[in-house]
Every structure is written in C-alpha cells, then in structure tokens.
Design a protein around this ligand. Structure first.
Ligand SMILES: [Zn+2]
Length: 192
C-alpha cells in the first residue's frame, strides 16, 4: 500500500519517495473533495499521486507492476521483461525536454519560485508551472516525432481541461510547435 509520510511526502510500493511542498499537498487535498486530482512529482521516475475526497487513494508507479500483482513469485530481472512503450515519448526526447525546460526556467523566468515542471503520459508532455509552491496545469503538448513540431493545447480553467481548439488567449502567437514557444505562450496566458 502506498504511504503518506507526514507532512508532504509519499512512498510508493516500489520504495520511491515523492516530496512536495506542504502547501501543494494541502491544496491538492482541498481540490480533491469532489473529483480526483493528480499530482506528479518531477523525479526522473515520475510518480503521480492521486487524491480523492481529501485523501491519498493511489500512487501511479512508472515501474512495471511486478510487486503489485505477482507478489508471490520471486522477482525476475531479465531484459525480456523490460516494458517497451511504443506510443510514448522516447527517453532521449525527455532528456532534451528536461534540459530545455530548465534552461527556460533559469534564463527566461529567472525567478527561483516560479518554474515549469514537465510531466509525461503516453505521447503527451504536460507543462505545469510551480508558482511559489503551487503547481498549476498550463498546457499540454503532443509528441509528433519531431522536437520542433509539438501539437499544443492550452489548459482552460473554466472547463478544467486541455483545449487544442482554443487559440484566443494572450500569448497564442508564440505557439510555433516548439517547447520554448509553448512556455512563452503559457507565461503570457498565465503570468507567473
Ligand atoms: Zn513506484
């Protein structure tokens, strides 16, 4: 069972620990009263903490779930059991993304309390922004196979979803398929 470690850390069954700001956790719990909310850490092996009704309900683990279902059988670590994600974003692309995001944080935003945080799901790259400890969704990029050609969708707070049809927002002109363009657009749409 995943564990909550007071005051704002969480431990997955695999042993991974995710640490957050206390404010962030408090806020996520408050937001989770009526719906499930997801909080991803920014570790290389990203875990997503799921809250519902103010409580931790699940930790989504990126590791193959050998410990979850096949607890009785001894672990086998052979290369054939390595999970291959065919539709996801390749690891080398993620490495480039991390570098781009960090570079943007330090050279464009230049405020240690405001930073973009990437997270991934399948072919999607989500760019959240952490502003003074609070993490907000900003936009979602879909990987098309090229670093200069991501499909963009802004997060709409009014609808609580990503909308790839929405182009009337401040900063939309920066969207050019690149990650930098997306981050610039996000900075104008949702000033830090
Ligand atoms: Zn885990």
């Amino acid at each position: 069972m995943p564990q909550e470690i007071f005051p704002s850390s969480f431990e997955c069954d695999c042993g991974h620990q995710s640490d957050f700001f206390e404010n962030t956790v408090r806020e996520m719990k408050a937001m989770s009263q009526k719906k499930k909310v997801y909080l991803a850490d920014s570790a290389p092996e990203e875990h997503t903490i799921v809250f519902y009704r103010g409580k931790l309900v699940e930790i989504q683990c990126p590791k193959p779930s050998q410990s979850h279902e096949t607890k009785k059988s001894p672990r086998k670590r052979t290369s054939s059991t390595k999970r291959v994600t065919t539709r996801g974003i390749p690891d080398e692309v993620k490495t480039d993304v991390e570098a781009l995001v960090q570079h943007f944080n330090t050279t464009v935003i230049r405020n240690p309390h405001c930073l973009y945080v990437p997270r991934y799901k399948g072919k999607f790259l989500y760019l959240d922004r952490q502003d003074y400890g609070r993490q907000h969704p900003i936009c979602r990029l879909e990987y098309t196979g090229k670093m200069e050609d991501w499909s963009f969708a802004i997060y709409k707070y009014s609808d609580e979803r990503y909308d790839e049809e929405e182009w009337f927002f401040p900063g939309a002109e920066h969207v050019d398929g690149t990650i930098e363009g997306a981050m610039k657009a996000g900075l104008e749409a949702y000033p830090a």
